[in-house]
Structure formats: structure tokens, C-alpha cells
Write a protein that binds this ligand. Sequence first.
Ligand code: NAD
Length: 484
Amino acid sequence: MKMYINGEFTSGKAKERITVIDPATEETLGDAPRGTSEDARAAVAAASASFPDWRRAPANERTAALHQIAAKIRAHHDELVRLLTKEEGKPLPENDEELWWVEETFDYYAELARHERGRVIPPGEPGQFNFVLKEPYGVVGCIVPWNYPLLLLAWKMAPALAAGNTVVIKPSELTPLSTLRLVEVACDHLPPGVVNVVTGYGPETGEPLVTHPDVPVIAFTGSLAVGQRIASLAAPMMKKLHLELGGKDPMVIAPDATMDMAVSGLAYAALINAGQVCTSTERVYVHESMFGRFSEELADFVGKLRLGNGLDEGTDIGPMIRDKFREKVEGQMADAVGAGANILTGGRRPSEFGRGFFLEPAVVTGVDHTMRLMREETFGPVIPIMPYKDFDEAIALANDCQYGLGASLMTHDARLVKRFFEEVKAGTIWINDPLTDNFAGPFGGMKMSGLGRELGQEGLDEYYDVKHVHWDVEGGVKEYWYPY
Ligand code: NAD
């Protein structure tokens, strides 16, 4: 496939191509240009040139254009679901849901953005008319990871366009094909330059966006390390940064929690997308009164989940994206076992597949906060569980982490719920229903999980700059001017 710059599919200045493989079979799926900094600059030039007209387009026009994107994606829904499954690995039902979210996100922001563009405020001086204008910034650089390539793209692209910005998209080098195909099938009605895609590696095509003087906003989802690199590059230019970074989400199981809800809810929260979700539950604290029984039931439940190719019906868990990510997870488990942890189930590479980056989902006990498995982001199918004595300790453990993305609690005790949502520092709190989203509510992290929010009104406001207009309608010489 080719990059998309100024309404044309092109290989740009790329001299090489990046091979994209299916993580379930390790077979080649296709390839994309290894873009260069010149390609990134060409895309920024196209996006800058199209900005004046796009920002002036009436709300009805932009709303219609965004609804059209949603409709065109829906018309290619099944094809995109299959491509995403082959490229990223997670099972078909999870990609079916990802595409549904993508389509609805474009519809949601199409409507939200025509709703208001600021506010009128009371004047500070007689005769003045004062109002606050929300204005688009210009070109937004959207840098996207591989784990939800289209969803995390839509959460940036839809509000950025709806607010009147133009975009340059940099998909992950591991998953460029679904992004290119989405743009190919759904963006052909937009004026050239409004949407552009440059493919390639982060330092070669991402950094030129981050340092380009005509890209005032960088919307990035990815790892903490790359987020820190982007923040340091952008700081001298005072760019607006929207950073959705890593997580190490806790789940607390209270003693009153129903066993089947807690076991199956936890397995879902920790293992969806083979644990490769920024908000995966990666640390679990179970009340000591139920720890033994809970561990056994969890291990039994997880041991029965079906690992397989995401295209096969009945697959619960697909492969990990690449071997190096699997090795990192295995390394964390080996360190924990070396320090006294026990793997109750899973943790091995299954022998039956032969190929693909599969890892059996694991349940690990005997863990504590000295272990990397309980401190660093794992991003794989592992559930480490640890007992706690009382709720004070559970909250202290939940907060003992550099990240603050999400946190979950399983209980029907309203007193515990109130303490949890007030005292745990995380951008999203889930009670009894982990990892759900809502278009109308913001998603994002506290502490080192990032800056800014996606979804909701907050997710649209990220793409507006704010201007306060003081207008003395009558005009005239003021008594507070010179001479005093
Ligand atoms: P990554 O940071 O390696 O890459 C993300 C994107 O940044 C890719 O497109 C990559 O090419 C690009 N990139 C890499 N180096 C760059 C540089 N120097 N300058 C500019 N761009 C650069 O992350 P990943 O492995 O693709 O994704 C997994 C990570 O993403 C995990 O840490 C996960 O927690 C995080 N994530 C966060 C959220 C959230 O909403 N908070 C959601 C999903 C994933």
C-alpha cells in the first residue's frame, strides 16, 4: 500500500518498504513505504494549505463530511474487521467492536462539534461585548500505536477534524495497513490535504511532525518512553501535547464480591487483546479471607480459555503482536518466579501452533511490589494477584504506582465504592464493570499516564485553542487611558 498525501496515494521519497506480518501465522500480509522526514514535511505542507478552507467550512458541511466517513467505514466494516484481525491479532469479536466504536466516534463528534463554539460572557467594562471563541489550532499530528490502531486513530482524528483542524496521521509501523485502507475507503470525499497518512518508523516520520513549526498540536498514544521523548522535543516550541501513555491498572476484589462476577470480570479486564490494552488490569488485590478459593477459581477459569488465531470462531485470546513483547512478559514472569512467585496456570508458549507469537494466559501468586511484574507495564496476558488485609491497605497498594490510568473495584458495598473513587488516583474508575467506555465521558490518565483526555466534550476541547474577544461596540475615548 501507499502513503496518502494531499489526496494522492504515493510512495513519496521512500526508498524501502516495511513488511507487515500476521502475528498469528508470521506470514507476510503486505507492506507500506518506509517514509522519510521529507514525506512528513510534504504531508504537513498539504495539511497547512488545506487548513484555511477547512476551518472556514460551515459546521453543517463538516458535520456531513464526518457522517460520510462513518457511513463509508460501515460499508467496509467486515473487510476492515478481518484486516485488523490479521494485522493486530485480537479475535474477530473484539475487532468487530473496535470498528463499531470507530464508526460511532465519527458520528458522535460530527454532532458534538456543531453544537457550540464558545460562550458569551458578561462584559467587564460598560459598552463591551465579551465572548470566548474556540478555534482550531491548524495541523494536528496524530501518532498512533498498534494495539487499537483504528479506535485510537478515530479518537484523535474525529474531534480534530470536527473542530476544524487538518491532520497528518502516523500509524504504527506494525499496523499501517488497516489505517491506509480506512483512509482509502472513507476519506475520498474530503478536500485534498485535510487528511494525510505518512507511514514509517517513529524517529523517521514521527519526530519530523513533532519538531515541525507548522504542527502546533501532537496527539500521541503510546509508551511512556516515547511520550517523554516527544515532550522533550516539543517543549522548546511550547506545543500543545495530548499524551495517552502507559498504565499498570489495579483491580481490588472486596470480600463481598460475588465470585463468578469477580473471576470472569477480572479475566476479561486482564486478558482482552491478550492483555495488550493500556487499561488492562495488571495488578490484583484480593481480600485475604477469599484469596485461596479465588486464586483456584481464577486459575481454573483462565486455564479453560481458548488461545488461537483471531480469525477462528471460538478463539478467546489471540497472539501477542511480536516476539520482543512476548519476551518482555516472559522476562517479568521469570524474575517474579526467581523471587518466590508461583505460576498457577499458563505462562508457556503453546506447542500446538508451531508459529505465531502466542503465550498461554497466566495467573501468578506470591507476588509483591518489589517485583517488576507488579511495578512495570507488562502489556501481556498475565494476572498477578496478591492478598490484602483491609481496605486502607488495598487503596495504598492501588496508589503505589507511577501510573494512574484506570482502576477497578468489585463490590456491592457503597461505602467502599465512595472511598475508592475518591481516594484512588486514576483517570477512570470502574465499579463491577471494568474496561467499558462511553462516548460522552472523558478517557485518559493521571500521574505518568499522560496529559489530556479523549472522548466527550473534553476530547473535543483538546483540539480547540481559546480566544477571548473584548469588543467595545460603541467605541470612544476612555477615562482610564492617558493622561492619568
Ligand atoms: P510506542 O510508544 O512504541 O509507539 C507509538 C507510536 O509512536 C508508533 O506510531 C511509533 O512509530 C511512534 N514513535 C515511536 N518513536 C517515536 C518518536 N521518537 N517520535 C515520534 N513518534 C514515535 O507504543 P506502542 O508499542 O505502539 O503501543 C503500546 C504502548 O501504548 C503501551 O505503553 C500502552 O500502554 C500505550 N497505550 C496507551 C493508551 C492510552 O490511551 N493511554 C492506549 C493504547 C496504548
